[in-house]
Design a protein around this ligand. Structure first.
Ligand code: NIG
Ligand code: FE
Length: 402
């Protein structure tokens, strides 16, 4: 196995205990796809004989970024709805009139597998250019057994064909498809019955739902979560985005990996998430694009020591953006996270939200996923926006074009 020694880096390891897990003049030894040694350059073991040595001349190195909540696979776009919202229509009104998610469902069903793949690959490459090495991708725009499976298969193909880890999430409980209008409980029965097949086909790593007054009720969400847990699949939830449904506490009762959005999260929801170790996944891009005004309870989450993650939530309706770095900026300016909290939110806490303990920090035995930046200090990643300082990316020990 090839060994590569990366020397003279400013390392933000994000190991616990010190701010940023900082190492002013650090080194990384990579063997195959694994980090074999991480520490101060001056403390390198003297007997190392790497196959190659790379001098980073003081460049900043962080773990590869993890975008742990996206909806990358879909057809069409919703710019006309954006215009309608600018003229005063609300996101909920558009959804209730049959637009919104169902607009994208129609376009997704009409697109071929290759069209879906090409469009999603372009979006994934945009994220990758900013140092993203792991991405979670949800279904939720197919809403039939065949179309949901197709969207999950496209996500899996992205993981095979791009130098990127893809985790897939089944989100059939995203909206009620037209053929089930007025029969939401029947649709949930159907969606529950699809999970075993998705799992047998290797298409699904977790199960999500949209619990809100324009999505599904807590009772319906509970049913899909029971079906997921019976198969051993972990769950996560679009919770408390537009209203407080008690979704976070419900998800926590099912040991959810994460609850996502959370603008309307209650103290009871926070207590339940704390007890279950569920990650709070904040999505500042959707907050911005929908012009929300109710902030997620960041200080209460901190006080309860609930881990906070940040993600792009890329999707055509509430966040059609392609930049995880911009989410760091927004997490700080809109949600008042510190730059270190924001970076931990797209690395170590994002890894936790995906149930992937092998990444998100720079430490021995973890996966060799890291990004090299044209920056002196990691706070700069949250400070600039609209500029991409990513210079090199190593994913699974292999350097790829960023
Ligand atoms: O994360 N809230 C539900 N799902 C997406 C938006 C879906 C859409 O509008 O297409 C979200 O915001
Ligand atoms: Fe989402």
């Amino acid at each position: 196995m090839i060994t590569t020694l990366w020397r003279h880096a400013r390392l933000a390891t994000l190991q616990p205990g010190t701010p940023w897990g900082w190492e002013e003049d650090g080194a990384l030894l990579v063997q195959g796809d694994t980090l074999r040694w991480v520490g101060p350059d001056a403390a390198l073991p003297p007997d190392l004989q790497p196959d190659q040595e790379i001098d980073l001349q003081g460049a900043l190195v962080t773990p590869g970024l993890i975008d742990a909540h996206t909806h990358l696979v879909y057809g069409g776009q919703r710019a006309a709805e954006f215009e309608r919202r600018l003229q005063g229509a609300s996101y909920e009104e558009i959804a209730q009139a049959g637009g919104g998610i169902l607009n994208t469902v129609a376009a997704t069903r009409a697109a071929s597998d290759d069209e879906l793949f090409r469009a999603a690959a372009a979006r994934a490459r945009t994220l990758m250019a900013e140092g993203v090495t792991t991405v979670e991708i949800k279904s939720g725009y197919g809403l039939s057994q065949a179309h949901e499976a197709r969207c999950l298969a496209v996500a899996r193909r992205l993981g095979r064909e791009l130098a990127l880890t893809v985790r897939t999430t089944s989100l059939a409980a995203h909206a009620l498809p037209p053929e089930y209008a007025g029969r939401a409980d029947d649709y949930i029965d159907a969606a529950c019955s699809w999970l075993a097949g998705q799992q047998a086909a290797g298409l699904v790593d977790a199960v999500d739902a949209f619990c809100d007054h324009i999505g599904f009720s807590p009772a319906q969400t509970d049913r899909i979560f029971r079906a997921a847990r019976a198969l051993g699949l972990p769950v996560k939830l679009h919770a408390e985005q537009l209203s407080d449904q008690g979704g976070a506490a419900l998800a926590a009762r099912h040991d959810a990996l994460s609850c996502d959005h959370l603008e309307h999260l209650s103290p009871a929801g926070i207590a339940a998430m704390r007890a279950s170790g569920t990650v709070a996944m904040l999505l500042p891009g959707a907050y911005y694009f929908l012009r929300e005004t109710k902030l997620p309870p960041v200080q209460a989450l901190r006080d309860a020591a609930v881990p906070i993650a940040i993600a792009s939530d890329h999707n055509p309706g509430s966040c059609p953006g392609g930049s995880l770095l911009l989410m760091l900026s927004m997490a700080c300016t809109l949600f008042r996270l510190t730059p270190e909290e924001a970076l931990r939110g797209v690395t170590v806490n994002a890894a936790r939200a995906l149930g992937l303990p092998d990444r998100g920090r720079l430490a021995e035995r973890l996966r060799a996923d890291f990004a090299v930046w044209d920056a002196e200090h990691p706070r700069e990643l949250a400070y600039r926006f609209g500029l991409n300082p990513c210079r090199r990316v190593v994913c699974g020990g292999v350097e790829r074009a960023p």
